[in-house]
Write a new protein. Structure first.
Length: 126
């Protein structure tokens, strides 16, 4: 697996020290930067989902997080940030959610404006 500069909060994929396939986010990294504790969100062993598992950093690969998250996904990630008590991540996610709402509002306004440019008499002609 790729060896990258993995940091707490990063989403990763790899294997645990018990050779379980996992996906999740890094909670902490050891001082010697050789191992990490990962909060497991997906695994080939269902019993470890939701738990923290140890993994060697060399066995983890940084996942690319889709920047185009929808509203529901952002709310789910905000819940995780609150559970993890990660204030910085929470702030970033709520900013992304606000930007999404602003974009949606702007789109709605443009659609409303385009509807109001239609002559009203077209609707009243019979």
């Amino acid at each position: 697996m790729k060896q990258t500069q993995i940091q707490p909060g990063d989403w990763v994929s790899g294997t645990t020290v018990h050779d379980e396939r996992i996906r999740g986010y890094v909670e902490t990294i050891s001082k010697n930067l050789e191992s990490a504790l990962v909060r497991v969100t997906q695994s080939d062993r269902e019993r470890i989902v939701g738990r923290v598992s140890e993994s060697l950093v060399s066995k983890l690969e940084l996942l690319k997080v889709d920047a185009g998250l929808d509203e529901r996904s952002l709310y789910n990630l905000i819940d995780i940030a609150l559970s993890a008590r990660d204030k910085q991540w929470f702030t970033e996610l709520t900013s992304s959610l606000e930007a999404l709402h602003a974009k949606k509002d702007k789109s709605d306004q443009q659609q409303t404006q385009s509807y109001t440019t239609i002559p009203h008499r077209r609707f009243w002609m019979g």
